[in-house]
Design a protein around this ligand. Structure first.
Ligand SMILES: *Cc1c(COP(=O)(O)O)cnc(C)c1O
Length: 356
């Protein structure tokens, strides 16, 4: 398929690198591609960033057939542009597509379009330590139809947003509420897809947790509210008695690329890393008997997010004295070092984006 490129005639002024925040500022261009039954994916194009013109009956607005990805482009100290494991994002987007009955796409072609888009908007990639260009590919149904059914028309888009360092105030452990009332996903549902529905399901529980002064919610399994699943938009990892433990992918947990990378990095260090079901009771028990050494979230936005406190049914445990653990710090330094090419990449994870 051919990629059409229409460059903006009104390039925007670059934002102040000290006030980027997350996800509110967008670059000059975006990628778009359409799907129609019988015609397949077509009309791939890079165009100026613009609003969509949606029919009020747009099926996504009513029934939520929407999937997305999140990854970042980094500017290296020697001014090259890198992406971290982007083929994994393409693969996962197609997996989400299969789960949500969205038509699959050519991963290699879309990744190529993504690289071209990043190259065209290269000047938007910030250079301050910790900053990056967040990349949001997504697909949604565009059928103007109120019947509940699998759509026949779709749009794929990729938008770009320069973002601040996640830890503006330093690498600070967070307080997390273990949610024992609301659930995010159940086995047999859409939990392992990166889809709007999972976020809709988590909003209320997250809202209540924020009202109670917590930074995030730790979700338990949807059936017994017993097994640890994940945190907001991050997977969760524990270090108990020297061993790295993370919940196994049962179908209701999002298979994070950072989670997968963390497992590969700690194993390369010779640490034992296990994927298995783990109950919240076991975590609290380990805290009480002194074997819970660390807990941290993993995800593209923060990379590693140390957990300083977990609160479950009104009972709190403080982890590692509320301080960032040694493994969390070392993982953060290693993975961000590889992403920005400040460290060698023995895994072959980093792809360089050729400049336009
Ligand atoms: C995206 C996401 C993650 C983290 O995945 P990464 O690939 O590491 O960014 C974890 N949980 C949920 C629910 C997510 O949407």
């Amino acid at each position: 398929m051919e990629l059409k490129i229409e460059l903006t005639t009104a390039p925007k002024e670059l934002p102040n690198q000290d006030a980027l925040g997350f996800g509110r500022i967008f670059t000059d261009h975006m990628f778009e591609m359409d799907y129609e039954e019988g015609k397949g994916w077509h009309n791939a194009r890079i165009v100026p960033h613009h609003d969509f013109n949606l029919n009020p009956a747009n099926a996504t607005l009513h029934y939520g057939q929407a999937i997305f990805e999140g990854l970042k482009a980094y500017r290296t100290p020697d001014n090259r542009i890198t992406l971290f494991r982007p083929t994994e994002n393409m693969k996962r987007l197609n997996n989400s597509a299969r789960i949500l009955c969205v038509p699959e796409f050519d991963e290699e072609f879309v990744l190529d379009c993504l690289k071209k888009l990043v190259a065209i908007d290269e000047r938007w990639i910030p250079s301050k330590p910790g900053t990056s260009l967040y990349i949001r590919p997504y697909i949604f149904s565009t059928d103007p139809y109120l019947g509940v059914s699998v759509g026949k028309q779709y749009k794929m888009a990729i938008i770009l947003s320069p973002v601040a360092a996640y830890y503006a105030a330093g690498f600070a452990p967070v307080r997390i509420k273990v949610e024992d009332k609301y659930v995010r996903a159940v086995i047999g549902g859409t939990g392992e897809a990166k889809t709007a529905a999972n976020y809709a399901a988590s909003l209320h529980g997250d809202y209540v947790a924020h009202q109670e002064g917590f930074a995030q919610t730790l979700w338990l399994d949807g059936i017994e509210r017993k097994y640890v699943e994940e945190v907001g938009s991050m997977n969760i990892v524990f270090k108990i008695n020297g061993e790295i433990i993370t919940p196994e992918l049962t179908g209701s947990i999002l298979p994070g690329i950072t989670r997968k990378s963390v497992l590969e990095v700690v194993r390369s260090w010779g640490m034992k890393a296990t994927e298995r079901r783990i109950t919240i009771e076991e975590v609290f028990e380990a805290a009480k008997n002194g074997t819970l050494e660390e807990a941290f979230g993993t995800g593209t936005a923060a990379v590693i997010s140390p957990v300083g406190e977990l609160c479950w049914k009104g009972e709190s445990i403080i982890i590692n004295g509320g301080k960032t653990g040694e493994t969390a710090q070392k993982l953060y330094d290693t993975i961000t070092g590889i992403q920005t090419a400040r460290l060698e990449d023995p895994f072959g994870w980093v792809i360089e984006v050729p400049k336009a």
